[in-house]
Write a protein that binds this ligand. Structure first.
Ligand SMILES: Cc1cc2nc3c(=O)[nH]c(=O)nc-3n(C[C@H](O)[C@H](O)[C@H](O)COP(=O)(O)O)c2cc1C
Length: 128
């Protein structure tokens, strides 16, 4: 199982992690998934989508520290889905169109992630 997970990661040039927030950290399941590989993450970019009372902001910042130890580049822009966004979607009949800041944040984040994915892929190939 761990070997299949590592093999899957090895073929990827960048990562987008979606995290909840549990006691101001990320989920144990996501941390465990990160802990089960290492070299497959090194010198690759990672971006984050967080959700929770304050948009999973504390969990995302926690993950940035983990990413540093995995020698990843964590991109600055992130998407934070707050409790207010969530309640609107869940209970007030709103759609993602009612929260343009999320699409705007996602566009900036994905642009940055794509830039780093291309740049680091070239750098990894040239450094090999
Ligand atoms: C033990 C526990 C701790 C939690 N801590 C936080 C927290 O620090 N910040 C937050 O925004 N939500 C917190 N929550 C709420 C979770 O983010 C919420 O339950 C969410 O649905 C979890 O995502 P998941 O169901 O996709 O795992 C906590 C929930 C539990 C059960």
């Amino acid at each position: 199982m761990a070997q299949r997970w590592a093999a899957k990661l090895a073929g990827l040039d960048g990562f987008l992690l979606v995290t909840p927030e549990y006691n101001h950290g990320t989920s144990a399941v996501l941390k465990n998934a990160l802990d089960y590989a290492y070299k497959e993450f090194v010198r690759k970019p990672v971006a984050f989508v967080g959700y929770g009372g304050v948009g999973g902001a504390r969990a995302v910042e926690h993950l940035r520290l983990v990413a540093a130890e995995l020698q990843m580049v964590s991109v600055r822009n992130a998407v934070h889905i707050t409790g207010g966004d969530f309640l609107g979607l869940w209970q007030q009949g709103k759609s993602f169109d009612d929260f343009p800041h999320l699409a705007q944040a996602a566009a900036g984040m994905l642009d940055e992630l794509a830039w780093w994915a291309k740049a680091l892929k070239i750098a990894r190939e040239n450094a090999a």
